[in-house]
Design a protein. Structure first.
Length: 328
């Protein structure tokens, strides 16, 4: 099968690329100018240099493809202004979808994020029917990107899955590195009693689930949202314990009282739902103060694939990788 992949050099993209290559697919990767491709060279048939907002580069990348995986996106750590989110996560997503339709490609898997639910007001389980409530510019841009994709493919012959992975982790992940480092060094701060649930999906499982989404496209889905991720749950406290065991440490956990921070956090989140500010410190408090787990049972039903990496095993691998890299 001929495949186009954007975001091929990213944390998730490299895993999906390896999976596609091992299955023998011919892959065209859209890679920004100046980005090192030495690590993916053996896996791709061709590299197209350009940005997702460059119509010519996107057109060249999707030409001849039977399925397009759109993983390229801008994350909070790499953006300094909301215009950057708009450019990549909204305009870029629309350009890829439009090029996919014009090229007559039958299947498109768009990678969004479960973060679009923001801070859910829980009256039950959060699933695909739950209304997204973004609380920062990144989350809002990812939701707008989904809307742009859905509009671009409407009425066409292209089937699209709007996949929303939960928070990811694994070897090489920079987002979870500060937590791993703090625990490995023996000192970590925790807001509240650590009883808030969390849901992390290993990057290899996320790649497998996205790969399976392309098969679901064959059923003729049209802009269907699909939450993908692990069904395993932990609490903040149990996650700290899992990391500590993997690191071989007994960290000193400093408990920060919940109540004073929670009052300010609730006020800021209420305002943020309207203003969508740039991601900041209050976003870090979400991990300690709110349940952001989601129901991924629909993916289990329609894909026939489930996450396989146990949290303890994945954390152990991530800690070992960080140690080998001199990051802990």
């Amino acid at each position: 099968m001929r495949v186009c992949l954007t975001g091929a050099t990213g944390f998730l993209g490299t895993r999906l690329l390896a999976r596609l290559a091992s299955d023998g697919h011919a892959i065209a990767a859209l890679v920004p100018h100046g980005e090192d491709t030495s690590a993916i060279a053996a896996c791709v048939e061709r590299v197209v240099r350009g940005d997702v907002v460059d119509p010519d580069a996107v057109r060249d990348a999707v030409a001849g493809a039977e399925v397009v995986f759109h993983l390229a996106g801008l994350v909070p750590a790499r953006a300094s202004h909301r215009r950057e989110f708009e450019r990549v996560n909204v305009i870029g997503a629309r350009r890829v979808a439009e090029a996919t339709v014009r090229a007559g490609v039958a299947r498109l898997v768009h990678c969004g994020t479960a973060a679009v639910y923001g801070v859910p007001q829980r009256t039950g389980t959060v699933d695909e029917r739950t209304e997204p409530r973004p609380v920062n510019a990144y989350q809002a841009s990812k939701l707008a990107g989904e809307h742009a994709v859905a509009a671009a493919v409407a009425g066409s012959g292209t089937s699209v899955v709007l996949a929303r992975p939960t928070a990811l982790y694994g070897a090489g992940d920079r987002a979870t590195l500060p937590l791993l480092r703090a625990i490995a060094r023996g000192r970590v701060r925790m807001v509240g009693d650590g009883g808030v649930p969390c849901q992390l999906t290993h990057v290899d499982d996320a790649a497998a689930l996205l790969h399976a989404c392309a098969g679901w496209c064959l059923a003729g889905v049209s802009a269907d949202v699909l939450l993908v991720g692990s069904e395993e749950r932990a609490t903040v406290r149990s996650l700290i314990e899992i990391v500590a065991r993997a690191a071989g440490t007994t960290p000193r956990v400093t408990v920060v009282p919940r109540a004073p921070l929670a009052a300010a956090w609730r006020l800021q989140r209420a305002i943020a739902r309207c203003l969508h500010p740039m991601p900041g410190r209050f976003d870090g408090l979400d991990f300690f103060l709110t349940d952001r787990t989601v129901d991924v049972s629909k993916a289990r039903r329609v894909l026939g694939v489930t996450a396989q990496v146990a949290l303890a095993d994945g954390v152990r691998d991530a800690v070992a990788h960080a140690r080998r890299a001199g990051l802990l």
